[in-house]
Design a binder for this molecule. Sequence first.
Ligand SMILES: NC(=O)C1=CN([C@@H]2O[C@H](COP(=O)(O)OP(=O)(O)OC[C@H]3O[C@@H](n4cnc5c(N)ncnc54)[C@H](O)[C@@H]3O)[C@@H](O)[C@H]2O)C=CC1
Ligand SMILES: O=C(O)C(=O)COP(=O)(O)O
Length: 470
Amino acid sequence: MSSFAKDISISSRPSVSTSPVLTFVSQGSFSGYSGPRSYSSLPPKPLKPFDHSDVKILLLENVNQSGKDILTAQGYQVECLKTSLPEDQLVEKIRQVCPNEDVHVIGIRSKTKLTAKVLREAKNLLVVGCFCIGTNQVDLDYAAHHGIAVFNSPFANSRSVAELVVGEIISLARQLGDRSNELHAGTWNKVSSKCWEIRGKTLGIIGYGHIGSQLSVLAEAMGMNVIYYDVVNLMALGTANQVPTLNDLLNQADFITLHVPGGDDTANMISTAQFEQMKTGSYLINASRGTVVDIPALIKAMRTGKIAGAAIDVYPNEPVANGPYFNSELNTWAEDLRTLSNIILTPHIGGSTEEAQRAIGVEVGDALVRYINQGITLGSVNLPEVSLRALTLEEPNYARVIYIHHNVPGVLRKVNEILGDHNVEKQLSDSRGDVAYLMADINDVKASEIKDITDSLNSLSSRIMTRVLF
Ligand SMILES: NC(=O)C1=CN([C@@H]2O[C@H](COP(=O)(O)OP(=O)(O)OC[C@H]3O[C@@H](n4cnc5c(N)ncnc54)[C@H](O)[C@@H]3O)[C@@H](O)[C@H]2O)C=CC1
Ligand SMILES: O=C(O)C(=O)COP(=O)(O)O
């Protein structure tokens, strides 16, 4: 090893093993990361901060080439699957990737469910990259309590979703899907009855976050009035108005569109009682999560004419791969849904544009590299966000200690007793709920002392995971 070579040792979680499971030997400098969330902030050439065969990454769901390139450029081993995998197959796959050590990084999109069972199997998993916005498919709490950081891309596909919804509002108002299907089948059916302009109509946005607020601006530009409902009090863009209750929105809107996260709080948020509150002849759009709308209730509301049209992009059970799967084996109501008029059914394509996927690949790829190489958690959705400057290799006798621990009294005193013989140049610590993340840069430390530091930290009862980068 040359004089500037660096090691990284990562100790696995205590429930799994108390001995270090990885030792990475670097051959070059660290990543040169220069700031959070900057587009392509990482150098284009491979820097090989560790022995490249050591970091094992499994990417599912056809993650964009931009993300793969960033990870392979670092010299990591990257295996890519085009599809998602159901739980049992995913567990098997994780075991195969590296029989003795498992996988260190998993990259997914919205479909792959990283349940506690899967995460438990991935014994040496350091980090999960969700190459999408939603993170409801990951057991974030389990991950945090086992020292697994989770990153996503919070807004890189927001515009794509907002534009899709704009297209759907006009398509539903003009029954475009039906007219197109009829003509494809050879039938000329020129009608104006129940076809409308959208100018002057009211759009009700449920969830006024990144997507909802972007849509608000686009809708107003097309002459719509915008109202929105959100659990948080949010600044209205343009001349939009926040309404105090969901029912207020349902009573007033001609078009209703959902942009809330998935999860228990929003499950069946639109069901029979909510359809009853909606105006007769109104339209519903769901490009959020499949659990948010009660689909049998929607089918009923459309059959009675209460709802004049709907656009559905997301479903409670989505197939893991492309193919002829939209049938009642997956979702019992699928055949009924397919027979309705003026309903646009799309296969979860809200964020599926070249622009969005490329940007997401870069953003999440960068975040993963920063975390693996530097331990920086900026942008993590389940661990506290902690950042210290980028390490460089021109700093001999220097180490970065990362200690993920239970947020209990007395930890800092004990950690500093262990680090006390060295010069602690900078230390940051933050907590999120009952999990805390400590980063300390120490100098005056010899490579031979790293094992003692790691072992001492591992022996503390508060420990979830220790990593020492040096
Ligand atoms: N169809 C697709 O391809 C895509 C779907 N999505 C989905 O869209 C969702 C929203 O995305 P963003 O706008 O980026 O999220 P965001 O986090 O920026 O905004 C969500 C908003 O919903 C609000 N909210 C949460 N619970 C609520 C409730 N019970 N009632 C009313 N408001 C509530 C929040 O306060 C927040 O303002 C994502 O969580 C994801 O599930 C996102 C991207 C692509
Ligand atoms: O970004 C999200 O949350 C989405 O729903 C898009 O998911 P996808 O990347 O298309 O699987």
